[in-house]
Design a protein around this ligand. Structure first.
Ligand code: HMG
Ligand code: MG
Length: 284
């Protein structure tokens, strides 16, 4: 097998996981969750979202989260930002790493952001100059890259149309989302071929949800093709309130188990990640 020797695991549990929980998680528990995940050695811990609190009330306390977390020097703590107002809120509490988002299917984009894909891309053009001035590290999510909960199958052409626009702006990383966890490896292979033709492997991430148990199989397919950045959430938390049927992300513990078992290093202590999941469980 042709495999990378190192994988960067991007922990999204505190954002993608907690945005979907019906029970409110206390600020203290969120902070403890984020800090334990960073202590586990995860290089990136997505810690909140500066989205509309009316749309996603679970993320309404992201300002307080960022004000209070103790940051480790070598860990990135990105925040999801939907518009300039979100960026301003993020910068006001010391955020240095941001994640923008759009989608490859029109209906999901509108349900999730109340914007067309084109409007979301134009929105990036208003956010990016300010983000650059503030020296932010910028990641962009492209959701529904395989299947849309409203439109069905999404073609690699539709994904590439969005990705090629994003590449024009020279962002740091693009994360391709299987938002409702419906992809299988034979979907991942043709899209990955197109993506790697258009961009460097060290800027490409996959974000697999595990609704139907295919996330690890999809990860293995992408790994063998040279992808080395994967998003996951501790304890398999997650979903998206605007994607009916979306279950949790690939669990970080399962991803680490597979990677370490295959001799791929991540720098992450899996037992510490499990401790973070257990601590949080008492809140849910
Ligand atoms: P809108 O309602 O169309 O926006 O929302 P608007 O500009 O008309 O503003 C309406 C109100 O919201 C106004 O307040 C604004 O001030 C306020 P009012 O005057 O009514 O009192 N507002 C804000 N407040 C705080 N922070 C802000 C903000 N922006 C406006 N940033 C908007 C448009 C994009 C804001 C909204 O649709 C939104 O927040 N969407 C985000 C939804 C979301 O968070 N979805 C989940 C994350 S995406 C995901 O999970 C997928 C991913 O995991 C990858 C994958 O799995 O594929 C990333
Ligand atoms: Mg997601």
């Amino acid at each position: 097998m042709n495999l990378p020797s190192h994988v960067k695991v991007v922990e999204v549990g505190p954002r993608d996981g907690l945005q979907n929980e019906k029970r409110a998680v206390s600020l203290e528990a969120k902070i403890a969750f984020i800090e334990t995940l960073a202590e586990a050695g995860l290089p990136v811990v997505e810690a909140g979202a500066f989205v509309s609190p009316k749309w996603v009330p679970q993320m309404a306390d992201s300002d307080a989260v960022f004000q209070r977390i103790q940051r480790l020097p070598n860990t990135r703590y990105p925040a999801l930002v939907p518009n300039l107002k979100g960026l301003e809120r993020a910068l006001a509490v010391g955020v240095t790493d941001i994640a923008l988002f759009t989608a490859a299917s029109e209906t999901f984009c509108q349900r999730n952001m109340n914007m067309t894909i084109e409007e979301s891309l134009q929105g990036f053009q208003s956010i990016l100059p300010t983000a650059r001035q503030a020296h932010c590290w910028v990641r962009v999510y492209v959701s529904t890259a395989f299947v849309c909960p409203y439109e069905g199958k999404v073609s690699p052409d539709a994904v590439m149309r969005v990705v090629s626009r994003i590449l024009e702006w020279g962002v740091d990383e693009i994360s391709i989302g299987d938002t409702i966890g419906a992809a299988v490896p034979t979907d991942v292979e043709p899209l990955t071929l197109r993506l790697l033709d258009a961009m460097p492997a060290n800027q490409l991430a996959y974000h697999f949800h595990d609704t139907r148990g295919t996330a690890l199989a999809n990860t293995l397919c992408a790994l063998q093709m040279g992808v080395s950045i994967f998003d996951s959430s501790a304890g398999g938390l997650g979903g998206c309130p605007f994607a009916p049927g979306a279950a949790g992300n690939l669990a970080t513990e399962s991803l680490l188990y597979m990677l370490h078992g295959m001799g791929i290093e991540t720098g992450v202590d899996v037992s510490k990640v499990a401790e973070a999941s257990r601590q949080l469980q008492s809140q849910l």
